[in-house]
Unconditional design. Structure first.
Length: 318
């Protein structure tokens, strides 16, 4: 079983608006409403892959009630802590004619210390039967930037396998807590290491730096695939995995699906290369649909053969 933690759950509404222009009135050609937040997106993808998953986190007000209702309607097992303040909503506008994506996110609720304590108690309980606990997404107001770091340390002490997917200061502090795996996207990784990535050597140097900060395994995701540093049997192996070229509808949430695909494959006992191949295929398949965390597993299966996986040597090696 996988436990995914969404601290800043949301109701995500995605509107398709051809020829979208700022300052003009438009009529959407399509709309989609889902429970959202990175941890929820990952839970949705894991369920599609047939992996037992429980989504937890914080949910407040009428919006929080709807988050839980939407998850229940998708048959995603959930156990959220109810809080007093209102959970956020997010609105995205996709323009298929201009290949643009515009997103407006609210800040999220103000969380009280006693509400956070209830969540920590719930995590201690849920982690007992979990193969992995995945912390993903932004932190709402009232929660210190070191929350993920402290939660990871506590679960590590309890013997849980922890995964972290966030950004900014929570990511920098969280990496130092030595999670089993972190999965930033390219921009998040660049900010973490303080330099831009232009080629394989840059990505490899970034992987090494992040691993030195404390992460035991690293996935740096991007729309075209991922770079990975993976440790097993006292070996450290570095990979580049590139997706086949497809006509994407929206790449939003593709990194969440890629991470879910990797976790599912590792849980299934597949090799590093097989896990990366299936993960990148799942992430690519998700770009063919609107709605974060949504993809067709059969479509991902058809893309697996087109994923290019190469093992890379460390920077500076002969």
């Amino acid at each position: 079983m996988i436990v995914t933690v969404t601290m800043n759950a949301a109701i995500d509404r995605t509107l398709t608006v051809p020829n979208f222009q700022r300052g003009q009135r438009h009529r959407a050609s399509q709309g989609l409403t889902l429970a959202g937040g990175k941890g929820i997106n990952i839970a949705r993808a894991l369920k599609s892959l047939g992996v037992p998953v429980v989504a937890t986190g914080l949910a407040g007000g009428r919006t929080g009630t709807r988050v839980v209702e939407e998850l229940t309607s998708e048959a995603i097992l959930n156990d959220f802590v109810r809080i007093d303040d209102e959970s956020r909503t997010s609105t995205a506008i996709v323009d298929p004619t201009g290949a643009s994506y515009t997103e407006v996110n609210e800040w999220g609720p103000q969380v009280q210390p006693e509400e956070l304590e209830i969540l920590l108690e719930k995590l201690a309980y849920l982690s007992r039967g979990a193969d992995y606990v995945v912390f993903a997404g932004s932190l709402p107001r009232g929660i210190d930037n070191d929350f993920y770091a402290e939660a990871v340390r506590e679960l590590n002490r309890r013997g849980a396998q922890t995964v972290l997917d966030c950004e900014g200061e929570p990511l920098r502090l969280g990496v130092q807590a030595e999670p089993l795996l972190i999965s930033p996207n390219e921009r998040e990784a660049e900010l973490l290491v303080g330099q831009e990535f232009h080629d394989d050597d840059d990505f490899l140097a970034g992987l090494e730096t992040i691993a030195e900060l404390g992460a035991r395994n690293v996935l740096i995701t991007r729309e075209s695939g991922c770079w990975a540093l993976l440790r097993s049997d006292r070996q450290t192996i570095r990979f580049r995995a590139l997706a086949p070229r497809i006509d994407a509808v929206s790449a939003v949430g593709s990194g969440d699906v890629l991470l879910a695909g990797f976790i599912a494959a590792r849980l299934d006992g597949r090799t590093d290369e097989e896990a990366l191949r299936s993960a990148v295929a799942a992430g690519a398949a998700s770009t063919l649909e609107l709605g974060a965390g949504r993809f067709e597993p059969r479509g991902a299966g058809r893309l697996v053969a087109g994923v290019e996986v190469a093992q890379l040597e460390p920077v500076g090696s002969d």
